[in-house]
Design a protein around this ligand. Sequence first.
Ligand code: BGC
Length: 259
Amino acid sequence: MHLPRLHLPTRRDGRGATPVGVDFGGSGIKGAPVDLAAGKFAADRVRIPTPQPSTPERVAEVLVDLLAQLPEAEGPVGVTVPGVVRHGVVGSAANIDESWIGTDADALFSRATGRTVRTVNDADAAGLAEVRFGAARGQSGLVIVTTLGTGIGSAFVHDGVLVPNSELGHLEVDGANAEARAANSAREREDLSWEEWAERLTRYYRTVERLFSPDLIVVGGGVSKHADSFLPLIGIDTPIVPAKLRNKAGIIGAALYVS
Ligand code: BGC
């Protein structure tokens, strides 16, 4: 039988205090305290380059350094990871060091920092943030948020409730792993024009809409700032819009997740 984990309040728990969101990405680990009433950073963001290799222990050290640079922020800490996260345990590592698989990131980070830390998939965090404060605010039914970066991340949010670890970047489309052909990294690697990339994205999003019938698709990731160049070229029936929170979505979503 699965019992939910209890978060017992302790003096170091910091509940009620402003939460901190931390976004663990391929090049930088970024964090900020988040004002959840306003959906904004409560202080300037801190960024530390991602260690190479980015093993769990080294990322935990960076997390300790990062929190030391935010001494005023005493609340619980949410951390994004670009992989499946079930009850704090990382279950996949498509674009990160393999040693993450099986790591209890909640336990590791909590031990290292002495704080309450909860880990969430990066796209799930972005999804929570876009639904609460961004492009999908007020949208009922099923919102699918996708992030186009090194991989393709996805979040399912139904009537405001996250169904975690949807992993739609790994759908099989035209006999291939979708993110290998349609992620932004594929566009860069193969030097695709916006039109060529949009054709691949159309194949991808057509599969997503056929399988899941979402009410709205939101497209995030750094490349979404060029949405005007490729979103209008994607030929699907579902409304599809660019993310609004851009590179803040991971931090804000991680803080939402831990609150
Ligand atoms: C991973 C996902 C992640 C996505 C975006 C994929 O390769 O499997 O867990 O959300 O990349 O980083």
